[in-house]
Design a protein around this ligand. Structure first.
Ligand code: FMN
Ligand code: 7N5
Length: 378
């Protein structure tokens, strides 16, 4: 049975939400939140790549009861899509990350908070009232005390995991930001870093982040030693790095290219996923973010072996559109579409989604099952 969300007459898809949410933002905020780096090849491909994978439905399955729920960070969530860390939700709406947190709690989905959020991690934890698993994204900065303080605060506030971002030692070249002379408006604070002043270019912030990879893979071992939270790495794109991450003791990986905002020219995340899942071989969970705009995109990522996906921009568009209600709308749309896809694919539980449910378009324009293209073994 379909359970329709309460549409508001204007927004029926995430693409509608992108249009309506973007229309509510200033040019500078819109270009920052929506944009990718350089020629935006990767940010575009993140979305369009899903169309290269097609669905192979199985029929005559009793789908009267469908359970979309799954585990994320050892907690049950209503469906396998959480809110990725994105800096500066305050650019989209005055409620900032607290509005997003309330929506995540209402929908019972996981949320990861950016180091560069405008609301503090404590305020976001309060906004979710302990109802959903929370992760704290960590951009390691040069000053070790700052890193440790953030880690201690996240532990005290009940965060389950650190998502350590490993693809942002330099800021990608974002041409829009350069053209617009992007800077954070003076009234916004960095809620997690009260000693730093956000006003100014992002490069100023990234100047503090040199530490990020200074310790190499030892950084993972160090983090494991200083915190009881799980340590995940966000921004893995190759099986080689996935193997090193497992060896270093990471508790989970997020296949991510930072929404195409860092190194332009890397593949879409969906195209990197299968090889990483195969390399990790079930030793730790693998999640994905990047370009998820439909329930079918979620299904394809799960079919290729991700256990859970995360959305960055769709949540921000929702927030810009109608605050907490808009984020809930984004989540409702994806949940509704995912449920329909599950039913029409003949899947009753998330665990029933398999690689055999997909076919991939070859260079000759023909679709083949993944085994026959060798893609599954990449
Ligand atoms: C405006 C914006 C700010 C972001 N800020 C961060 C950040 O502070 N830390 C981080 O690890 N990733 C950041 N990301 C990347 C997201 O966590 C995520 O990887 C990406 O948005 C996923 O792609 P999607 O927007 O297509 O869903 C940001 C993304 C956006 C759009
Ligand atoms: C210093 C802030 C970096 C935020 C970020 O990760 C992004 O804009 O993609």
């Amino acid at each position: 049975m379909n359970r329709s969300p309460s549409y508001d007459g204007l927004v029926f898809t995430i693409s509608d939400l992108a249009r309506e949410g973007s229309a509510k933002m200033s040019l500078m905020a819109r270009d920052y939140l929506n944009g990718g780096s350089m020629d935006e090849q990767t940010s575009g491909d993140n979305c369009s790549a899903y169309a290269r994978y097609r669905l192979r439905p199985r029929v005559m399955v009793d789908v009267t009861c469908i359970d979309l729920s799954t585990l994320c960070l050892s907690s049950r969530v209503s469906f396998p899509c959480g809110i990725a860390p994105a800096a500066g939700h305050g650019l989209a709406h005055p409620d900032a990350e607290e509005g997003t947190g309330r929506a995540a709690a209402g929908k019972e989905v996981a949320m990861c908070l950016s180091t560069w959020s405008n609301s503090s991690l404590e305020a976001v934890a309060a906004s979710t009232a302990g109802r959903v698993p929370l992760a704290q994204q960590l951009s390691l900065v040069k000053d070790e005390d700052t890193n440790l303080q953030l880690i201690r605060r996240a532990e005290a506030a009940g965060y389950r995991a650190l998502f350590v971002t490993v693809d942002c030692v330099y800021l990608g070249k974002r041409v829009n930001e350069q053209r617009n002379g992007f800077s954070y408006p003076g009234h916004l604070k960095w809620g997690n870093l009260p000693h730093f002043n956000p006003a100014g270019s992002l490069e100023t912030a990234v100047g503090w982040m040199e530490y990020e990879t200074k310790g190499g893979w030892e950084t993972v071992r160090w983090l494991k030693g200083v915190t009881s939270m799980e340590v995940w790495l966000k921004g893995i794109l190759t099986p080689e790095d996935a193997e090193l991450a497992v060896e270093a003791g990471a508790d989970g990986l997020i296949v991510s290219n930072h929404g195409g905002r860092q190194l332009d020219g890397v593949p879409a995340t969906i195209d990197c996923l299968a090889a990483i899942v195969d390399a990790v071989a079930g030793r730790i969970p693998v999640h994905l973010d990047g370009g998820i705009r439909r329930g079918s995109d979620m299904f394809k990522a799960l079919a290729l072996g991700a256990q859970h996906v995360w959305i960055g921009r769709p949540a921000v568009w929702g927030l810009a559109y109608k605050g907490e209600e808009g984020v809930r709308l984004a989540l409702n749309l994806l949940e509704e579409e995912f449920r329909i896809v599950m039913a029409l694919m003949g899947c009753r539980r998330v665990g029933e989604i398999k690689r055999e449910h997909l076919a991939l378009m070859g260079s000759d324009g023909m679709y083949r099952t993944l085994e026959s293209t060798g893609k599954a073994k990449m």
